[in-house]
Design a protein around this ligand. Structure first.
Ligand code: GDP
Ligand code: IMO
Ligand code: MG
Length: 427
C-alpha cells in the first residue's frame, strides 16, 4: 500500500471471482472504498458470522465500521435498486447516512433503459448477450451519446421534464425494435408501478451525500487516506478487451479507475488481481475451457455457481492461463489472489489451459477471433491435492500455485479457501 496512491482490486476472469469477499477482507486496511464502473449488474457476496450480504451498487467496504464508501462517477445507478440495498443494510444494523457518498457525475439508469435492455436482447434472438437486464448497455450508450441524466441533475427544477423527454425518446426506440411495452413488467411489477417506485428512489437518495467525487478522492489521497477501488465484472467482460460483443458496457480494467473516479494514472498503487482456481461465465459468449460433463457439474455444485444477481447457473470450466495472463497484462496486476481453491479439494487431477490451437497453430495469445469463436484449449494436467485446506496450503496445491505463478509471472499472495471473510491464507 503506497501513501497518496489508490490501490485497485479487479476481477481477472468473467466476473464473480469473489471480489466482494476480498474487498471486505481488505477493508480494515483502508479508509475509503470506491466503485468506479458498472452498476447493479454486479452482485458481490460477503459472508461472516453466518450472515450473508449481496451488494449490487454499493461498495463492499460498507460492512466495516468507519469505512467511507464512494459510488464513483463511472458507476451507473438505479435509484429504486439502490434504495432497496441501503434499506436492507439498515435493517441489518448498518446505517449508511454518514458513510455513503455518491458522485454527482454518476449516471442514472431509467426504467426505460431497463425496458430497452430487454428489447435489445429480444431483437438479438439467439445472438443475445445474456445481460442482467438492469439497463447497463442502454445507460452507458446514452452517457456516451451525451443524452444521459446524472445524480447531480436530481436537484434541478426541470428534472422531471428532462426525464420525460428522455423517456419519450426511449419509447420511440423501443417501438422501433417492435417491442411491446403493453404488459411489460420490471421485477414483477407493471411498468407504471415500477416508475413510481423509481421516483420514490430518487427522493430517498436525496438524504445521502452527493459529492464531486474527483475532488473528494484526490483530496483524500493528498491527506494520506488509504483508498481502495473495487472493480465489478471481470477483465474478459471489458468493453474493449473482452469477447466483444459478449461483454458489459464499461472498462473494467485498471484504466477504468482513472476515468471512473477522476484519478491520474500516476496515482495508481497496488493492483490486486483476483481469479478463481477454475473459470466461470454467465451469459453468452466464447468460453474455451468450458466443461459440459460431470466435472463441470461438480464445479457448479461444489462452488455453488449460481448468479448472485440473476440466480442463473454459471457455466464452469478449467482455469485458462492465456486469458489470465492477458488480463494481468492489461491492468498491470502486481499481486494475484486465488479464490475458491476448496471447490477442487476432491479432484484427483486438474487441467489448466496453457495455450490455444487456432488455424492449425498453437498460440498463447488471444487472437481477434477469440471475441466470437471458441479457441480449442491445449491442456496441462496437474495432480490434485485431495485434502481439505484449512489454514495451511497442501504441497500439491502449492505446486498448482507455483505453476500458475511461473506462467503468469506475478506472485499469488492470497489464497481463499471458503466464503467466510476469515478463510484466507496470506503467502
Ligand atoms: P463477486 O461478484 O466477484 O463479488 O463474486 P460473487 O459474490 O458473485 O460470487 C462469488 C461466490 O463465491 C460467493 O457466493 C462467495 O460467497 C463465494 N466465495 C468467495 N470466495 C470463496 C472461496 O474461497 N471458496 C468458496 N467455496 N466460496 C467462495
Ligand atoms: P460481478 O461484479 C458476472 C455479464 C452478463 C452478460 C454480460 C453483459 O458480480 O462480477 P450487462 O448486464 O452488464 O449488460 O451484461 O456481462 N455480467 C456479469 N457476469 N458477474 C458480473 O458482475 C456481471 N455483470 C455483467 O451475464 O453476459
Ligand atoms: Mg458477482
Amino acid at each position: 500500500m503506497d501513501n497518496h496512491k489508490i490501490d485497485i482490486l479487479l476481477g481477472l476472469q468473467w466476473g464473480d471471482e469473489g471480489k466482494g469477499k476480498v474487498v471486505d477482507a481488505l477493508t480494515p486496511n483502508y479508509d475509503i472504498v470506491c466503485r468506479f464502473q458498472g452498476g447493479p449488474n454486479a452482485g458481490h457476496t460477503i459472508e461472516f458470522e453466518g450472515k450473508k450480504f449481496v451488494l449490487h451498487n454499493i461498495p463492499s467496504g460498507v460492512l466495516t465500521p468507519g469505512c467511507v464508501n464512494l459510488i464513483g462517477n463511472g458507476v451507473i445507478i438505479e435509484p429504486h435498486i439502490l434504495k432497496g440495498e441501503i434499506e436492507g443494510l439498515r435493517e441489518a444494523g448498518f446505517d449508511l447516512r454518514k458513510t455513503l457518498m455518491i458522485a454527482n457525475r454518476a449516471h442514472l439508469i431509467l426504467p426505460t433503459h431497463r425496458a430497452m435492455d430487454a428489447a435489445n436482447e429480444k431483437a438479438l434472438g439467439k445472438m443475445k448477450v445474456g445481460t442482467t437486464l438492469k439497463g447497463i448497455g442502454p445507460t452507458y450508450t446514452d452517457k456516451t451519446a451525451r443524452k444521459g441524466l446524472r445524480i447531480g441533475d436530481i436537484a434541478s427544477a426541470d428534472f422531471r421534464e428532462k426525464y420525460e423527454n428522455l423517456k419519450r425518446a426511449h419509447l420511440q426506440q423501443i417501438a422501433g425494435l417492435g417491442f411491446e411495452m403493453q404488459g411489460f413488467q420490471l421485477d414483477g411489477l407493471d411498468f407504471a408501478e415500477y416508475e413510481k417506485l423509481w421516483f420514490e428512489g430518487i427522493e430517498y437518495l436525496k438524504q445521502y451525500q452527493f459529492v464531486d467525487g474527483e475532488y473528494f478522492i484526490n483530496d483524500a489521497l493528498d491527506a494520506g487516506k488509504k483508498v481502495l477501488a473495487e472493480g465489478a465484472q471481470g477483465s474478459m467482460l471489458d468493453v474493449d478487451f473482452g469477447s466483444y460483443p459478449f461483454v458489459t458496457s464499461s472498462n473494467v480494467i485498471a484504466a477504468g479507475v482513472c476515468s471512473g473516479l477522476g484519478v491520474a494514472p500516476s496515482r495508481i498503487g497496488k493492483v490486486y488481481g483476483i481469479f478463481k482456481a477454475y473459470c466461470t461465465r454467465v451469459g453468452t459468449g466464447p468460453f474455451p475451457t468450458e466443461l459440459f460433463d460431470e466435472t463441470g457439474e461438480m464445479l457448479r455444485q461444489n462452488g455453488h455457481e449460481f448468479g448472485a444477481t440473476t440466480g442463473r447457473p454459471r457455466r464452469c470450466g478449467w482455469l485458462d492461463l492465456p486469458a489470465l495472463k492477458y488480463a494481468v497484462m492489461l491492468s498491470g496486476v502486481t499481486d494475484l489472489m486465488m479464490m475458491k481453491s476448496d471447490v477442487m479439494d476432491d479432484f484427483a487431477t486438474l487441467k489448466v489451459a496453457t495455450a490455444y490451437r487456432y488455424n492449425g497453430q498453437e498460440t498463447k495469445q488471444l487472437p481477434f477471433a477469440a471475441c466470437t469463436e471458441t479457441m480449442e484449449p491445449v491442456y496441462t494436467k496437474i495432480p490434485g491435492w485431495q485434502q481439505k485446506i484449512d489454514g495451511k496450503i497442501p504441497q500439491k496445491l502449492e505446486d498448482y500455485i507455483t505453476f500458475i505463478e511461473n506462467y503468469v509471472g506475478v506472485p499469488i499472495k492470497f489464497v481463499s479457501y471458503g466464503p467466510d471473510r476469515t478463510q484466507n491464507i496470506i503467502r
